[in-house]
Design a protein around this ligand. Structure first.
Ligand code: ZN
Length: 198
């Protein structure tokens, strides 16, 4: 006998999100906010520039990769700055956890990044780029993410990139004088390779 739990008879049973599926191979979808998650998936053919998760730990950068180049599932903790090479040219942190999936396969590489998992999250993001010499966060800016406002955050990130690129002062490290080169925004699909200068 399995307990199926207790459902108060007067309450509406919430409708489960049964119809949502994403194909890793469909690279046209981009970011999608669905239920409690903002979800991105990517696909690479063998030889394409790899999608590579980087995490920042204080002023050091950790490459999240399996020693045997096998599949990886990794939790990005709330508040941890990260970026994905060949997906976005800036670093992000959120006020909630995220899950990264890296699935090498015979077709190349499938990847997924899912941010959220709690009601109302992510509500807040920070964007910056680390100084290439000492790791100090440059141009750090906070963004409020309203309900279903993930698209707006992505638009704000493009504005942030244009401003960062146009303002050498923002790319210059106050500690060591290192200058971050111009960067790129979100790579929206595979036909759009990372480019500098926006
Ligand atoms: Zn520096």
């Amino acid at each position: 006998m399995v307990s199926r739990g207790y459902v108060p008879s007067a309450s509406r049973i919430p409708a489960p999100d049964m119809s949502f599926a994403r194909l890793f191979a469909d690279t046209t979808v981009g970011w999608q906010q669905r239920g409690q998650y903002a979800i991105w998936t990517g696909a690479n053919a063998p030889g394409d520039p790899k999608f590579q998760l980087l995490e920042r730990h204080q002023n050091r950068v950790a490459v999240i990769v399996s020693n045997d180049e096998g599949a990886v599932m990794h939790k990005i903790a709330s508040g941890r700055a990260f970026t994905v090479e060949n997906v976005m040219g800036y670093w992000l942190s959120f006020d909630c956890d995220a899950i990264w999936l890296d699935l090498p396969n015979q077709n190349g590489q499938y990847t997924m990044l899912a941010v959220g998992g709690a009601i109302g999250k992510p509500a807040h993001a920070e964007i910056d780029c680390p100084c290439p010499r000492c790791g100090t966060a440059l141009g750090r800016q906070s963004f409020a993410i309203g309900p279903r406002g993930f698209d707006r955050l992505l638009d704000s990130a493009e504005v942030w990139v244009a401003d960062f690129n146009a303002t050498e002062e923002k790319r210059t490290c106050p500690h060591c004088g290192g200058v971050h080169p111009a960067t790129y925004g979100l790579v929206r699909d595979k036909s759009q390779q990372p480019h500098i200068g926006g």
